[in-house]
Design a protein around this ligand. Structure first.
Ligand code: GTP
Ligand code: MG
Length: 178
């Protein structure tokens, strides 16, 4: 019989990389060009079908602004899954993502499923081969970090919806049945 598994998931990443936009796309299939920064954290839920199972995601969307950094452990402590998000046009956000992965491996649950997510793919989708591409973090760099650290890896666009559902389906398929 089909079963429902609840999964606590946290989003981490530098300010403005698109964490809330990925959640808005996943939960409401919507996008806002001028999304306001998250204050503290936001909580949302969304169900997702993975094979013959229903996964009910309980999502904590954290604030990336530095003044909220001390709150993050409250949200990742009990998480079974995490999205560590960076912006493929912002190298500093990739460095920050490395730090989040390290912190999760040191402080979060040992069996947490982590997906590394390079967002804003729509900004580079048509000019990957041009010298003045907005892309500043290559797909190879992302993949290499993910392989090194045992993470799922996706490049996404909350704007075009590229790979957004795929991230949540891939995480769901890694979660053992309750
Ligand atoms: P904090 O809450 O401050 O940590 O930021 P955040 O990571 O939640 O970022 P947010 O979702 O608020 O997005 C920041 C800005 O980037 C907004 O203006 C979004 O419209 C834009 N944005 C988010 N995702 C994408 C994307 O995939 N492509 C493009 N082009 N813009 C995006
Ligand atoms: Mg936000």
């Amino acid at each position: 019989a089909p079963s429902t598994t609840s999964v606590k998931l946290v989003l981490l990443g530098e300010a403005a990389v698109g964490k809330s936009s990925l959640v808005l796309r996943f939960v409401s299939n919507d996008f806002q060009e001028n999304k306001e920064p998250t204050i503290g954290a936001a909580f949302l839920t969304q169900k997702c079908t993975v094979g013959d199972r229903t996964i009910k995601y309980e999502i904590w969307d954290t604030a990336g602004q530095e003044r909220f950094a001390s709150l993050a452990p409250m949200y990742y402590r009990n998480a079974q899954a995490a999205l560590v998000v960076y912006d493929i046009t912002k190298p500093a956000s990739f460095i920050k993502a490395r730090h989040w992965v390290k912190e999760l491996h040191e402080q979060a649950s040992k069996d947490i499923t982590i997906a590394l997510v390079g967002n804003k793919y729509d900004l580079v989708a048509d000019d990957n081969d041009s010298d003045d591409s907005l892309r500043k973090v290559s797909m190879e760099e992302g993949k290499a970090l993910a392989e090194e650290e045992g993470l799922l890896f996706f490049e996404t666009s909350a704007k075009s919806s590229h790979n957004v559902n795929e991230v949540f389906v891939a995480i769901g398929s890694k979660i053992p049945e309750a």
